[in-house]
Design a protein around this ligand. Structure first.
Ligand SMILES: NC(=O)c1ccc[n+]([C@@H]2O[C@H](COP(=O)([O-])OP(=O)(O)OC[C@H]3O[C@@H](n4cnc5c(N)ncnc54)[C@H](OP(=O)(O)O)[C@@H]3O)[C@@H](O)[C@H]2O)c1
Length: 264
């Protein structure tokens, strides 16, 4: 089988679990040289060992907190020193706080989430762009379907994800002069540790997961691997796409549903 991203140097933020892990795995399976990060060490180190054994690409885990600018800079520096260049940056690490209404949300919580979910994508892009320009490389940002369609009791999260889609378009415009493409993927429900954690915060986690599955026309959630394949398509083959938002939603945004919340 031919490798779709052979020897391409790719940075993935938040690659030890969930969607990021799916991306790291698919890229290594397709010959890429991946550098990925997370805050916790154990899962990242275990994944590094597993994937390097399997090949045909390779990966290196770096412990880094993307809410800290100096950590982001170190992640990009380590990658450039190790491989000499960077072809692709995948901004993925982010967090969905527990659902709560605006009245119960502080401005400080909103600012912290903006820093984690949005400013970190900006900073990582800014650090990586001098390298990406040399290679006419690309950026893939992980946004969310809810950045377009909204979500109940999650105004700050939805705002950060909507802003990622807008920033993707703005950077696509700016970076076109260097031949750098900037795109994003917007997953709907994907069963990851983050989704499971949110389900555990409801009265019936199994019921929450069932409802999450039924939100898609396809009657199931998306998988980490499907997210990896979508990111790989944008990085490797979508050479005439820039500024796009690829929905990975199983049709969740289509058709009418029981949505009215006005008390009768
Ligand atoms: N799951 C979904 O249904 C869904 C849908 C739409 C969009 N998304 C988006 O997809 C992305 C990944 O979500 P997920 O569900 O895969 O989450 P997840 O299961 O919580 O995995 C997140 C990954 O990012 C790392 N991470 C978290 N905070 C970090 C930080 N400050 N610095 C560095 N690494 C960090 C985590 O490792 P550590 O905890 O060890 O740091 C982990 O490797 C997020 O941007 C999320 O908003 C998810």
């Amino acid at each position: 089988m031919s490798l779709r991203y052979h020897n391409k140097v790719t940075v993935v933020t938040g690659g030890s679990k969930g969607i990021g892990r799916g991306i790291v795995r698919v890229f290594v399976e397709n010959g890429a040289k991946v550098v990925f990060c997370a805050r916790g060490g154990a899962e990242g180190e275990a994944l590094e060992v597993e994937l390097n054994k399997a090949g045909p690409g390779s990966c290196k885990f770096v412990r880094c907190d993307i809410s800290k600018e100096e950590d982001i800079k170190r992640l990009i520096d380590v990658t450039a020193q190790r491989h000499g260049h960077i072809d692709c940056l995948i901004n993925n690490a982010g967090w969905h706080p527990p659902h709560k209404p605006t009245d119960a949300t502080t401005a400080e919580e909103f600012r912290d989430l903006l820093n984690l979910n949005l400013v970190s994508y900006f900073s990582a892009s800014k650090c990586a762009l001098p390298y990406l320009r040399q290679r006419r490389g690309n950026i893939v940002n992980v946004s969310s379907l809810v950045g377009t369609i909204g979500q109940k009791d999650a105004a700050p999260y939805v705002a950060t994800k909507g802003a990622i889609i807008s920033m993707t378009k703005a950077m696509a415009v700016d970076e076109s002069r260097y031949g750098v493409r900037v795109n994003c993927i917007s997953p709907g429900n994907v069963l990851t540790p983050l989704w499971e954690e949110l389900a555990r915060q409801t009265p019936d986690a199994a019921e929450a997961i069932k409802t999450g599955e039924n939100a898609q026309l396809m009657g199931r959630m998306g998988t980490e691997a499907e997210c990896g394949l979508a990111a790989l398509f944008l990085a490797a083959e979508a050479t005439f796409c820039t500024g796009i938002d690829l929905l990975l939603s199983g049709g969740a945004e289509l058709d009418y549903g029981f949505k009215c919340q006005i008390p009768s």
